[in-house]
Design a protein. Structure first.
Lengths: 359, 255
């Protein structure tokens, strides 16, 4: 298939459809709305389910219901809407039914604004709702990557029976770039059923009943279930780490950023290299599982890290945990919907390289 | 004459043979039995998916021998919508209390009705939050003492009870909305007929069907089992008139 000029939000929607999405439930919110609108057009055309819910609370619980039947289902939203979904996400995680959520982050807190931001890192990556659980969180930096990660998200969700977030921002959502869409996968339709997963709700005809629930009244059972969940998250940490790195081998300083902040930072790193500075670049693509082992390795070869984010410093905490104090980890951030310019980051790189290094 | 060994009363097939956690005298059990009998009689157990609420009926899935989901508090109609939309040939019902539906879940039930969602809803109105120990519900009666209205529900500050059946009947998308009671045998039999219709409406694809059941909570009302049934008759019936609030013409023809 050839490259076309595609808008991030629509590209993610179409990628999900081609991944075999059977049902979409969502609620309008900028800068995500084109995703919902694409679904509104395409899903009925393909004889699949589209429903505009009355709220994000309803949308996520509709997702929960559809996911309980073992079909491919998703929702999408932006920061305030994602906040509203958190209770449902916790239930979904605790019921171990797979689903995909796209969060196109915007400026916050509160109503904030509709500009790109990354202030939901804590909310999404550190659990996203009450209780001990993790979602797989994938953070694309380009439209092509948004397509590829959305397409993969459904396989990951089903393999591990977890929530998979595509955590992106208003920049990737609104950006138009040349990109290539994946092939259309076949989808279950009446008369052409995929084999339902062994746990799915499809009616108990000819088999013992299935129950999808998240309640463990006895603390001992609750703990046993939590241990099982945690084992699954450890397995995900073993197998699903994704990152992109550039020019790290000889770097004195490695700049770390995810999503749009990462993409801008990479430009700054290239500029620094062009003037002979030994600067490397590292972009976590999976935020959970976080590329801790690789960052720990790099801490042994580089002299310092600079983390760039469009928030007050959220992922930087995970970088610090990975590095375990072996080298300094400094932070540069813009907030409230401001996207940093490469030269701001370059100035920060230069300032930092001029600083003494306490290691 | 019946042969001695002929079974005249047994557990419906759609109920599992497990001990109940409901309090003695609670009519949740009666409501479960009626739903199970109807499912047996319609022969739909194998294609039915239930959605349990958060409330005393949170363990409904233990009692029904059916595929079941357990929703978040108030969200059963949204969860049921998700199931029904992807499995339109299946029968999907929610079973919800008055806190679950009339307070935290008011939006989800209202919009499910507004969409004419093809669901059956069993609504247990016991005028109180049972599971959390007897707090005021939107359906608590004026003056009713609860743990969060210890001096009696003050309508000046907490308003009047919500009448869910009347409210939902006023929504164009609903096809069948009635109120019944579980306080005596006659009303229990009438309740069963209504539940049967509410499932038939879904089987016919006619849209949203809800049966509100006036129900007892002896534990949190501080009454005996029979005292609680009496209280339904003396206090709830006048406030919540039984009746058919919405019966579309095509539903009328059902028997
Ligand atoms: C989000 C959320 N808020 C509050 C609760 C606590 N809670 C559990 S059951 C319940 C009320 C149940 O009352 P009702 O729906 O009337 O059902 P009943 O127990 O009387 O059958 C509440 C408030 C909860 N589980 N989740
Ligand atoms: S608390 Fe009330 S509603 Fe709950 S089981 Fe006991 S009697 Fe029934």
């Amino acid at each position: 298939m050839a490259k076309e000029l595609l808008k991030g939000n629509e590209a993610m929607a179409e990628a999900a459809i081609r991944a075999g999405l059977q049902a979409y439930f969502g609620y309008p919110i900028t800068p995500q709305t084109e995703l919902l609108e694409h679904m509104a057009r395409r899903m009925p055309e393909l004889n699949r389910v589209f429903l505009q819910a009355e709220s994000e609370v309803a949308a996520i619980n509709m997702v929960y219901g559809a996911a309980s039947t073992g079909v491919r289902v998703m929702t999408s939203s932006s920061s305030p809407g994602a906040s509203l979904m958190m209770e449902g996400i916790s239930y979904i995680a605790a019921s171990e039914v797979p689903c995909v959520i796209v969060d196109v982050m915007r400026g916050g807190p509160g109503l904030g604004n509709i500009a790109p931001a990354q202030g939901d890192y804590f909310q999404v990556v550190k659990g996203g709702g009450h209780g001990d659980f993790r979602s797989i969180v994938l953070a694309p930096a380009t439209v092509q990557e948004a397509i590829d990660l959305t397409y993969q998200a459904f396989d990951l969700a089903e393999r591990y029976r977890v929530v998979v977030f595509v955590l992106t921002d208003g920049n990737v959502g609104q950006l138009m770039e040349p990109a290539e869409l994946p092939p259309m996968r076949p989808v279950e339709r009446p008369g052409r059923e995929r084999r339902a997963p062994a746990w799915a709700l499809r009616g108990a005809a000819g088999r013992p009943k299935h129950v999808i629930s998240s309640i463990y009244l006895q603390p001992e059972n609750g703990e046993a279930f939590n241990l099982k969940l945690q084992a699954k998250f450890r397995e995900i940490e073993q197998h699903e780490v994704r990152y992109h790195e550039h020019a790290v081998a000889d770097a004195d300083l490695i700049v770390v950023g995810f999503g749009t902040a990462g993409r801008v930072a990479q430009t700054a790193v290239k500029q620094a290299r062009a003037v002979g500075k030994r600067v490397g670049f590292f972009r976590p693509i999976s935020l959970f599982p976080f590329p801790k082992p690789r960052l720990a390795e790099l801490a042994a070869t580089t002299r310092e890290f600079l983390v760039v984010e469009m928030n007050s410093g959220q992922m930087v905490e995970d970088v610090r945990l990975a590095v375990e104090g072996r080298v300094p980890v400094r932070f540069f951030g813009r907030m409230g919907g401001v996207v940093p310019y490469p030269d701001e980051i370059l100035a920060e790189i230069e300032r930092q390289l001029g600083q003494p290094v306490y290691a | 004459m019946l042969a001695e060994e002929e079974i005249v009363y047994a557990r419906p097939k759609a109920l599992s043979g497990v001990h109940t956690h409901y309090c003695p005298g609670c009519t949740h059990g009666v409501a479960h039995r009626l739903v199970a009998e109807v499912i047996d009689e319609l022969g739909i157990a194998g294609q039915t998916i239930g959605v349990a609420p958060v409330g005393c009926a949170v363990f409904a899935y233990n009692y029904f021998d059916l595929d079941f989901a357990e929703a978040a508090h108030g969200r059963a109609p949204a969860m049921a919508t998700g199931i029904k939309r992807v499995l339109p040939e299946h029968v999907v019902f929610t079973y919800q209390g008055d806190g679950d539906m009339a307070a935290i879940g008011l939006s989800e039930i209202t919009h499910a009705a507004a969409r004419g969602e093809n669901l059956t809803v069993i609504f247990i109105n016991n005028a109180i939050y049972g599971m959390t120990g007897g707090q005021m519900a939107p359906t608590s009666l004026p003056g009713q003492k609860t743990t969060s209205s210890p001096l009696g529900r003050d309508i000046e500050t907490t308003g009047m009870p919500l009448h869910m059946a009347e409210m939902l009947a006023g929504i164009p998308g609903s096809a069948y909305v009635v109120r019944r009671s579980l306080h005596n045998v006659k009303e229990i039999n009438r309740a069963k007929k209504a539940i049967r219709r509410a499932f038939q409406v879904q089987l016919a694809g006619w849209g949203f069907a809800l049966v509100e059941l006036l129900s007892s909570c002896p534990t949190n009302w501080g009454l005996s089992a029979t005292g609680a049934l009496h209280w339904v008759a003396t206090h709830m019936l006048p406030a919540y008139p039984l009746g058919d609030y919405k019966v579309r013409p095509e539903v009328e023809a059902l028997r």
